[in-house]
Design a protein. Structure first.
Length: 121
């Protein structure tokens, strides 16, 4: 019984660590080599539900942030957020961002003064 419980705890720990790590959690197109991608950091209070013309489910709710490998070029993506009352962030539905993603660069969605914004790293 103890071994089973320890095994379950280990699996849960690895699942949490997967979103918190520097590893790419989601990839828009697996055929694009990682050195030709841009990266989008998605915080735990945001769900990216569309990127370009493709429906996606990029989120890391309840954990840290997720690193998403995205192709370079100009893309529009849509997010939802349940809101974070303690941070003064109201719920967001269908917020659209358009960005020209540059190869090798990183971008992060953040809560800035109660509004979700896209920040270049």
């Amino acid at each position: 019984m103890r071994k089973l419980l320890a095994g379950i705890c280990l699996i849960v720990a690895f699942a949490f660590a997967g979103c918190a790590s520097n590893a790419t959690a989601f990839v828009y197109d697996p055929e694009i080599p990682e050195d030709q991608m841009s990266f989008l950091w998605v915080p735990n209070y945001v769900l990216v539900k569309q990127f370009g013309e493709k429906t996606v489910q990029w989120s890391c709710y309840g954990m840290s942030s997720a690193k998403v490998g995205v192709p370079s070029g100009e893309y529009t993506f849509i997010i939802d957020s349940p809101g974070v009352a303690s941070a003064g962030l109201a719920p967001v539905s269908d917020k659209s961002f358009t960005k020209n993603f540059e190869t090798g660069k990183g971008y992060q969605l953040i809560n800035r003064n109660g509004e979700i914004v896209l920040f270049d790293l």
